[in-house]
Ligand binder design. Structure first.
Ligand code: FE2
Ligand code: FE2
Length: 216
């Protein structure tokens, strides 16, 4: 690293400044990785304690002692996201089958693709709920109430696209809030929701493109 640094920074003052910077980095790394210089407590939990903890409450599966959130609260939130995805699957399926006529082809293709992606999201979310020790709620009863996004049939192709765009924007807002709340409490669920959110953002962009295409 030093050789590269020297070849790139021939000026002595810059080199000195860089030396200072690297020393600070090195010092901070040693403090956090070794731990012994700052505190007597080791930075990482020792192996024996980790193993003991893992053996205790094995029935909790992926939810270990340092899981930072209440799994019940997380699975409740995820069940709302699951309902949102399921309602989106149903709405996109309805729109796909109702989009008729030669000029509806590109919209129909998007509706079908989105329906399939919402189904994948629903599956991912359901699997995570089970991993956290909860039960995914697939009950049709109350589905529309549990969902954040709405099921709107739409009278015309343009209506359908607009309603889908509204639903995506609702999902985007609510998933952003869920992600912010999860923070460092549950990084795995947060990452999953971040991936889902990225796809919802693409969906919204696709729909806006369709509106443009149909000059709506
Ligand atoms: Fe989705
Ligand atoms: Fe979506």
């Amino acid at each position: 690293m030093l050789a590269i640094r020297k070849s790139h920074f021939s000026n002595r003052r810059v080199e000195k400044a860089m030396d200072g910077f690297f020393n600070i980095l090195l010092d901070s790394f040693q403090r956090t990785s070794g731990g012994q210089t700052m505190t007597d407590q080791p930075f990482l939990t020792d192996v024996k304690t980790l193993r003991e903890r893992a053996r205790r409450h094995m029935d909790r599966g992926a939810v270990t002692a340092n899981y930072g959130a209440d799994p019940k609260v997380v699975t409740d939130i995820l069940n709302e996201a699951l309902a949102t995805e399921l309602v989106c699957v149903l709405r996109y399926k309805r729109h796909f089958f109702m989009a008729s006529g030669s000029n509806a082809q590109s919209a129909a293709a998007e509706f079908l693709e989105h329906a399939n992606q919402e189904q994948q999201h629903a599956d991912q979310i359901a699997a995570r709920i089970v991993q956290l020790g909860g039960e995914p709620d697939f009950s049709p009863e109350g589905l529309a109430t549990r969902s954040h996004a709405e099921y709107v049939e739409g009278d015309s192709l343009i209506d359908m696209i607009k309603e889908d765009l509204v639903a995506e924007r609702i999902a985007i807002d609510s998933y952003r809030e869920i992600i912010a709340w999860l923070g460092t409490r549950d990084p795995t669920t947060r990452r999953m929701m971040e991936e889902v959110l990225a796809v919802e953002e693409e969906h919204a962009e696709d729909l806006l493109g369709l509106l443009d295409e149909y000059n709506a």
